[in-house]
Design a protein around this ligand. Sequence first.
Ligand SMILES: *Cc1c(COP(=O)(O)O)cnc(C)c1O
Length: 387
Amino acid sequence: MSDHHTDQHGGQFETLAIHAGQPADAATGAVVTPIYQVSTYKQDGVGGLRGGYEYSRSANPTRTALEANLAALEGGRRGLAFASGLAAEDCLLRTVLAPGDHVVIPNDAYGGTFRLFSRVVERWGVSWSVADTSDIQAVRAALRPETKVIWVETPSNPLLGVSDIAALAGVARQAGVRLVVDNTFASPYLQQPLALGADVVVHSTTKYMGGHSDVVGGALVTSDATLGDELAYHQNAMGAVAGPFDAWLVMRGIKTLAVRMDRHSANAARVVELLTAHPKVTHVLYPGLPEHPGHEIAAKQMRAFGGMVSFRVAGGEEAAVEVCNRAGLFTLGESLGGVESLIEHPGRMTHASAAGSALEVPADLVRLSVGIESADDLLADLTQALG
Ligand SMILES: *Cc1c(COP(=O)(O)O)cnc(C)c1O
């Protein structure tokens, strides 16, 4: 199988997104990789595998195509596709950690990631410390002799904090620990952590990669071939793989990732312009703003600033909830990264599981996933929602 994962492709990102891992189907010439909705494969004599496939938990041709594509887009050697982002994270953590190990996690992260560390992984004897990963000294200070992983999300969810991936990779290398980057908010079109020195990239492909709010999936990509083999072993041993149809939906989404991210970023810039001038908005959190503390680093490590925007509302929690409830074109809902715009209140919705912890989010915070509708229509809706 490894040939499928290590195919070398020339070409720029947009070309890879459409073609990497997806030659015309060998049996029919179909230009789109078919959905191989199948669990098992005929063997030519005992142990004689025709295409290298024997059982679809271990490998499935549709998933293989996606996995090769993911590896190409992140510039890695091995991509693996999972049933969800958290399934990918779980596989990674159970592959690289053992009881007694320690991890450094960011003070701003997806709530489910924090829950996985604090409620699940901790019970297996893995300890964790929270650090502001935008502060290199703070990360260094959080390291212990038993630290195995530095985990970072950049831009982060929901505060849009920016961490310097290359600098953190330096810290990790010096300490002999692995740097894991959750690249969900940026997508590989906007940011490529492996090229900046990260060891593993994590994705919730549910978000920008899928891009249409119609699938839940996750991914891991690494350029370390040995680690890639270990992760693949655990992926099969634990079994939380992406099904063929889900893998196909993510692949279909990825084909338009570049054009979508360009439009998400352009629309977000218009939204930010409106919010920064609005009297009812006290803070706008967006790495594209020159006054954002991580702006220069974001400009250095990202192609554009993405479609996620958070802001704080004058009048506190009730006012923030009201804005969410009044929004119309911005659909009130969790998740992000789809073509349609979404609005949510992180404190009561996506990040409720971080309440009372170091990752608790401000109560007056509203998070937007700016979609690719007409920017004028989006601005009109926000204007009426802010009242
Ligand atoms: C959604 C999300 C996850 C978890 O992914 P699922 O597909 O929901 O399991 C992890 N990290 C980030 C940044 C996310 O937004």
